[in-house]
Every structure is written in C-alpha cells, then in structure tokens.
Ligand binder design. Structure first.
Ligand code: ATP
Ligand code: SKM
Ligand code: MG
Length: 182
C-alpha cells in the first residue's frame, strides 16, 4: 500500500445518515474526488443494488463491497462514502482505519425512517414494518460503528455544517500528526 497513511476521509454510518450527501459537500470543500462505494459496486456489477441482491444475493454483494473498499482506499486524498453495512466486515474496518480518518454519521430512528421511507434502492429495508426493521438493525450494528475517529449526530444538522465539522476535526488531526512527526 501507499506510504501515505490515513490520507483519505472515510464516512461510515447506518443507511440514511447522510454519508453520500455529506461526502459530496466535504469533497467540494477539500477539492478532492468523492467516491461512493455503493456506486462503485453498481459499476463493477453492471446492475443496480436491488438487482444485485435479487440476482446474486447479499453474500456476493458483500464480496464486491470488500473488493471496492480495498481498491478505493488504496488511493489517497479521496472522500470515501461507504455503504451502511460495509463496517460489518472486520477486514473493511481495519482497512478504513489504516488508510483514512474515519467519521461516523449517526441519526435518530425517527430521522432515519423519515429520510429512507420513499427510497426503493435499499433492499434490506423493503417490505412492511420499516421502523421495526431499522430499530433492529441499528441495535445489531451499533458496535460496528464505534471504531470511528469522530461521531456526529446528524439529526439536527444541515449537511454543510456536518461537512464543516468533519473538515475541522480532520484538520486538527493532521496538524497534530505533522507536529508529532516534526
Ligand atoms: N443533514 C441532513 N439533513 C436533512 N436531510 C438529509 C441530511 N443528510 C441527508 N439527508 C437526506 O437523507 C436522505 C439519505 O441521505 P444519503 O443518501 O446521503 O444517506 P446515506 O448515508 O448515503 O445512505 P446509504 O447508506 O443508504 O447509502 C437523502 O434524501 C438526503 O437528501
Ligand atoms: O446497510 C446496508 O447493509 C446497506 C446499505 C446501502 O448503502 C447499500 O450498501 C446496501 O443497500 C446495503
Ligand atoms: Mg450512500
């Protein structure tokens, strides 16, 4: 891997917490490209995420996701917005921490339901009982997001302010690292 450690910013968090929306703003602020792992998977597979789940199953989706995480993090100076379940693989968490500054976006149950309820692009949330599905998955996954360098509750905040907050935290960490390395 490249000799530049942690030279990317990685956004993690549950579906609907705003990783794609905030990632675009942050990339704009930094003048870096923004890469969305879900979009890279769609390109690789040549089909949408719902089609991919329906045709090849979730396990195959997760295999492609691990490949895409590894490939995108091999680069530097990128904002990488990840799929909500990418953190479930230990291999992905290790790669994210090694290669990037990791910001976790969170949101209340009510906010998440409100943000995702009219979108049919998330196969794990289709069918009835959306609120119960989100509640269960949030509980199951809460520990997987804890390795982040920073966590922000996005429920009351505008995407621009979240991007600014991450930019400031990342700048602080970079200055500290530069000071330490002399
Ligand atoms: N801070 C915010 N305030 C209000 N609405 C927001 C905010 N962030 C995102 N949204 C809206 O919530 C919806 C989901 O956002 P987005 O697609 O960025 O989430 P995501 O974390 O990338 O989800 P996924 O894990 O499924 O890719 C979008 O309609 C977006 O416009
Ligand atoms: O939380 C998840 O497991 C997922 C989130 C989305 O971003 C997509 O990666 C896919 O729909 C699975
Ligand atoms: Mg997204």
């Amino acid at each position: 891997m490249s000799t530049q450690p942690r030279s990317n910013i990685v956004l993690i968090g549950f579906m609907g917490t705003g990783k794609t929306t905030v990632g675009l703003k942050l990339a704009d602020r930094l003048g870096w490209p923004m890469i969305d792992t879900d979009e890279e998977i769609v390109k690789k597979a040549g089909m949408s995420i719902p089609e991919l789940f329906a045709t090849h199953g979730e396990a195959h989706f997760r295999t492609l996701e691990r490949e895409v995480v590894r490939e995108t993090l091999a680069g530097s100076h990128r904002v990488i917005s990840t799929g909500g379940g990418a953190v479930l693989a230990e291999e992905n968490r290790a790669c994210m921490s090694e290669r990037g500054f990791v910001a976790a976006l969170s949101a209340s149950l009510e906010t998440i339901v409100e943000r995702v309820k009219n979108d049919s692009n998330r196969p794990l949330l289709q069918g009835s009982g959306l609120e119960e599905k989100v509640r269960t998955m949030l509980q199951e996954r809460q520990d997987a997001y804890r390795f982040a360098d920073l966590t922000i509750d996005t429920s009351p905040l505008a995407a621009d302010d979240i991007a600014e907050h991450i930019f400031n935290a990342w700048t602080k960490e970079r200055l500290k690292r530069e000071e330490l390395s002399g």
